[in-house]
Design a protein around this ligand. Structure first.
Ligand SMILES: [Zn+2]
Ligand SMILES: [Zn+2]
Length: 298
């Protein structure tokens, strides 16, 4: 459950990080609700839900969860506290919070003056998850009317507002919480997917090239490939020899480097069909091979 929430948050948040202008409202709400439910469930188990009729329970909406976090700054200051000098921003403890002295002053002003007195060295960076309640509530004001098609009732307010980058930043900051920490993996997935799509296009183009040049020309290029490619030399002993091309199957793939695991998966270009393999694809293939090797050993 927690994993599914983190994953939904990450998928939506990474999309918004790339482009928050294109019909992002539902995406934003899904990301925010899932993140807040994960955080609240972890810190105050059960309080992410509320009872409905006939004993049914419902997940609280994002606005209520934000209000709850604000409230908790009074009730459980060891878990969440208000950030000084910022109007509506809170810091939820991180996984290492117990290692830090999180004794919270009853009077923020006193803390501020202490910090001011000992300002010789910069204050340690606060450890925790920044929950910018003000900005996130403002984001909900933007997204809710669009989702429920209410904008026509408020024509006096002028142009409907759009999500802004600061809203997305506030959403991305939630990832620091131990119940989430999901963005990096999702970004990696997206990156690899787009690399795979690019690779499919490369292969398609290379097979067309192969058809166009014909078998005779392909053989001629393959024979010339050895002279065009510089393999390992005393200066560069790590350089790879020509490899078999996965598109034309000639020994004509000319690597200009190899994968990060050093499993001799080259990235570069085929000298016959001009198939190009990117470093990202070489790395993905290397990981796959290592995985298969692991299975073979067992
Ligand atoms: Zn080829
Ligand atoms: Zn080329």
């Amino acid at each position: 459950m927690a994993n599914r929430r983190a994953r939904t948050y990450a998928v939506c948040a990474v999309k918004l990080d790339e482009d928050h202008t294109d019909a992002a409202e539902g995406t934003f709400d899904a990301a925010l609700t899932n993140a807040l439910v994960a955080i609240v469930a972890k810190e105050w188990d059960g309080e992410e839900k509320k009872g409905g009729r006939k004993g049914k329970t419902f997940t609280k909406p994002a606005s209520e969860l934000l209000e709850l976090i604000r409230q908790k700054a009074h009730e459980t200051p060891e878990v969440v506290k208000r950030v000084l000098d910022e109007p509506d921003v809170f810091l939820v403890r991180g996984s290492h919070a117990e290692e830090r002295d999180l004794a919270v002053e009853e009077h923020p002003a006193a803390e501020a003056s202490v910090a001011g007195t000992f300002s010789g060295s910069p204050a340690p960076k606060p450890y925790g998850t920044r929950v910018d309640v003000g900005t996130l509530l403002d984001a909900l004001k933007v997204t809710q009317p669009v989702r429920h098609a209410r904008e026509d009732k408020d024509e006096t307010e002028g142009e409907p507002r759009a999500l802004e980058r600061r809203h997305v930043e506030a959403l991305l900051a939630l990832d620091a919480h131990p119940s989430l920490v999901a963005l990096a993996m999702e970004q990696e997935n997206r990156y690899e997917n787009s690399a795979q799509q690019q690779d499919a296009r490369e292969r398609e183009q290379a097979s067309q090239t192969l058809q166009r040049i014909g078998e005779e020309e392909a053989d001629r290029r393959a024979a010339a490939a050895a002279d065009l490619h510089s393999g390992p030399t005393p200066d560069d002993p790590g350089a790879l020899e020509l490899q078999e091309c996965p598109v034309c199957w000639h020994e004509a793939f000319s690597p200009d480097g190899q994968d990060e695991l050093c499993m001799q998966v080259g990235h570069g270009e085929c000298l016959v069909c001009h198939y190009r393999r990117s470093p990202a694809i070489a790395n993905a293939l290397a990981r796959e091979r290592e995985w298969e090797r692991g299975w073979a050993r067992d």
